[in-house]
Design a protein around this ligand. Structure first.
Ligand SMILES: NC(=O)c1ccc[n+]([C@@H]2O[C@H](COP(=O)([O-])OP(=O)(O)OC[C@H]3O[C@@H](n4cnc5c(N)ncnc54)[C@H](OP(=O)(O)O)[C@@H]3O)[C@@H](O)[C@H]2O)c1
Length: 249
């Protein structure tokens, strides 16, 4: 299969989890792939494992200066991009009384400011008729206690999906969102939750998923491939919820 033949795609946070699985899937579908990440060692490891037409760029998405230099680095690899998957993100959870400015800024800087200015910076490189995909979360639709900041960042991305779809109509650039439910990725180990509590948290979440399991990163990668490919040529400003029925049933 080669649904992305002759296309070049950039994936932020492509060294891990959903981003990594998407890089793998895009490569299998014939694309040239650029992955970004905040650690050169992780990027090198991912590149080795991906073993294809993959390029890496070290770029911390919460840092405006690094976003500004991203486009220049992309141009050293390719003059144009067909697909941008805004995937890099973090999730931290705390009751509102315990939320600090640092907790708030870290998530908004990564998940919203990073997403916004990455799109702004890469826009001149994205081909007319290209595709931008935002990785949001079903938490944007839920009233999940302790997720006030994380969920707000993802809700912001959902409105961005629609406003940018309208704004980019003259260039026929389609902007769509994927909202995953719980997916087995390293993100749960990065939330600041003590290791011994993570298994309990996962079991409790799994009990809320009608299909009875977490999603696999590869399953989200297939959704990203749909939005990246011409199969979704009539789809814009849309959100595809891939959650094992967690909010849809
Ligand atoms: N897993 C889920 O259950 C789930 C559900 C809904 C939505 N999502 C969303 O899916 C996206 C991918 O998450 P994941 O589950 O695949 O987790 P993950 O494996 O931790 O992947 C997140 C990626 O983003 C990168 N990243 C984080 N902060 C960054 C920064 N400041 N600059 C550059 N890269 C940065 C991470 O780099 P490092 O490897 O260096 O940390 C990693 O490559 C996130 O936006 C997340 O909110 C995940």
């Amino acid at each position: 299969m080669s649904r992305l033949q002759n296309k070049t795609a950039l994936i932020t946070g492509g060294n891990s989890g959903i981003g990594f699985a998407t890089a793998k899937e895009f490569l299998e579908q014939g694309a040239t792939v650029i992955i970004t990440g905040r650690s050169q060692a992780s990027l090198n490891e991912a590149k080795k494992e991906l073993n294809g037409k993959v390029h890496t760029i070290l770029s911390n998405t919460s840092n405006l200066g690094e976003i500004r230099s991203l486009a220049k680095q992309v141009q050293q690899i390719t003059p144009q991009l067909d697909v941008v998957f805004i995937n890099a993100g973090i999730g931290k959870f705390a009751p509102i009384e315990a939320v600090t400015e640092e907790h708030f800024d870290e998530q908004f800087n990564t998940n919203v400011k990073g997403a916004y200015f990455t799109i702004q910076e890469l826009l001149p490189l994205i081909k007319d008729g290209g595709s931008i995909i935002l990785n949001t979360s079903i938490s944007a639709h839920m009233g999940m206690a302790t997720s006030s900041v994380y969920s707000a960042t993802k809700a912001a991305l959902l409105t961005l999906t629609r406003t940018l779809s309208a704004e980019l109509l003259p260039r026929r650039i389609r902007v769509n969102a994927i909202s995953p439910g719980p997916v087995t990725t390293p993100i749960f180990g990065k939330m600041g939750i003590p290791a011994e509590q993570i298994d309990g948290l996962k079991t409790s979440i799994q009990g809320q998923v009608p299909i009875g399991r977490f999603g696999e990163p590869a399953e989200i990668a297939k959704v990203a491939t749909f939005f990246a490919s011409d199969d979704s040529s009539f789809v814009l400003g849309a959100e595809l919820i891939a959650d094992g029925g967690m909010i849809t049933l």
